[in-house]
Design a protein around this ligand. Sequence first.
Ligand code: MTE
Ligand code: HPA
Ligand code: MOS
Length: 750
Amino acid sequence: MKNIDSYTHLRGESLFVDDMMIRQDALFGLCFDSPKAHGKITKVDYSKAAALEGVERIFTYKDILGENQIGGIIPDEPLWAEDEVHFWGQPIAFIVATSEAIAKKARALIEIEIEELHVITTAKEAKEKGSFINAPRSFNLGNTSDTFKNCDYVFEGETFSNGQEHLYLETQGCYVEPKENGNIKITSSTQGPTQVQKTAAKVLGIPMHRIEVDVIRLGGGFGGKEDQATPWAVMAAVAVQHLNKPVKYMLNRHDDLRMTGKRHPYSSFFKIGLTKDLKIQGFEVEFLQNSGAAADLSPAIAERTLFHATNSYFIPNVKTTVYSCKTNLPPNTAFRGFGGPQGMFVIESAIAAAADNMGIDKATIQEANLLVENDEFSYGQIATEVQATKAWETAKEKFNLEALQKEVSDYNTQNYQTKKGISVMPIAFGISFTNTPMNHARALIHIYQDGSVGVSTGAVEMGQSVNTKMLQVAQDILGISADLVKLESTNTTRVANTSPSAASSTADLNGKAVEMACNNLIKRLQKVASTLLSKNIESITFQEGAVFIDGYKTALTWEAVIAQAMLERVALTENAHYATPIIHFDKTKEKGHPFAYHVYGTAITTITLDCLRGTYEIDAVDIVHDFGKSMNLGIDIGQVEGALAQGIGWMTMEEIAYDTDGRLLSNALSTYKVPDVFSAAKKVAVVPLETEGNPMAIKKSKAVGEPPLMYGIGSYFAIQHAVKAFNKNHKLQFNAPFTPEKVLMSLYEK
Ligand code: MTE
Ligand code: HPA
Ligand code: MOS
């Protein structure tokens, strides 16, 4: 089945927040944000701005009737700054005017004085100064200190991976309307409608039931709207509470880039020990996460870094520690992979360092340490249904790795000005929210009396095609055609208390709830059909829009059964709740079984490097990916390709830059380069690995949203390989992104 949105997307008819019909008296909001990264606000003068014709009102923390607090995990972030600012772009006030243009003019008239304080922009400096978000976390397995003594090789090193801008096509935004009796309806471009509802209730000082949040769809989220869609919606809601008029706020690209957090940069220090047989015996890492000025989702992201610190390898002795370092950057946030990619970059760097020092191929060490059945992860989960070796072997055979490696080395002996590089990147990514209590979802299904069906879930459509998957589940169980099923918007009055659409788990969690609700409806309808046909219930199934008896089609249609059910006053609405079984995690011991299952795969990346210019082209990325039993291969391959491009961008060209004052320099698309059609891999091949698929995956079709991003890490090491082929003196660096500038310096380093 095609993505059900493809027709309207292609014609530009799909609706987003900015396409909504708004009320004639709607006003427009605009945030006034800090022009300094750290300091005391000594004076703000709003008088000129407020006096501008068309400015309705300017809101500050003083107008908040509830709490000035939006922190999700830790209450450490005000909606609007009070007397101090902690990052450049921190919201201070909210201008509401009759047009966006007037609000913008007014913003320029606000006068502010800030007594500047010392600005920290790097995690390293924050660590030195003891500036942290919370206490560090450590995962331990075995005993590393004894192990290193018995290793034949021990290497230490440092890595850095930079942040990454989400660059969702649709910027952050919302439209908020007053309803009767002080009730408020928020339409938001958010991955977390309940988070918006809950936070708005807290800030406005009203109960959650007075706030309805509706999400049509997102023009991309990528984690950037898991938590950070909330403040804009809450600001507009505060204004609506006071003005009793609708307020719309769509951020322009500049404001969005400046005010929102990004993927966390990490500085990390590793120590890796191996024995002669190439087995990694010990691995220690200290991760310094640059969390920004408030917690946001940083503690959860730090945790996932630890979960993925050994990627798809078994290492018997592991000690990993992560510090969430408080700096004066906008609070960094969820981004596809959620800290996992940052963890995996370090183990891959450590293996590369070891291979380089030992004078052997990186892939040899990788292959010798792949996870096998019943291996233990550092967090205590026992690996089962492990596909690491199978994915590696399949990639090796399908894409003829040895021949590719030989081609590369032959090319490199024959060519001087250009060099080729190759790398292999295996992945293992855990599926479930690492925070066990978040793994639940609900579905509400109505069968209307004409036989058509409406499906509501907590899933947010953000381009990943989760709605198409939900439709497939419903259609399949009800045995009706796709055009009888409609996916409703995501709305907190229909499906409440949702976890955000994130952790690649949206289709699994919500799909299971849809499955349960549909199965319950079918049970009722079997009874109706059984009476109509005088056949026993067990013999009845629903397929092709009709009733089947013992597998044979009858003349009784779906519509006729529904009409009869109405006459018999049978309930045609069903609500179901699903919570992932089995999973648990004890944070006091840092042990448990946090993931429903893991997703595996292997990518082979080949690149060609222009050694005169430092520029490179990705020749091919050949991937073997574990989809389980994909329920929609077109959609799933699309996810692999998109995630790969995003991963390559992070590793090669996307360079977030702040100056030492904490001002974002890469604040436009002229200074922040993202992958485009020219830099895309010339060839991407995706071969599904034949696996059984886990029963906790919806229809045994494994989660696919985030894992393939980490194939992009292969591009870093393929480039590194080519650099080394040109310059034998190059001392390996692990400093991503590997931009052409850095490549050029490496090529000619003495
Ligand atoms: N694909 C598109 N087109 N747009 C997105 O915003 N977000 C990614 C991934 N794929 C995203 C996407 C992220 S960060 C996650 S967690 C998953 O989709 C969320 O959806 P899922 O749980 O349905 O996979
Ligand atoms: N992944 C993504 N988002 C999350 C998670 C997670 O594990 N935990 C909380 N939010
Ligand atoms: Mo995805 S980073 O879990 O929204």
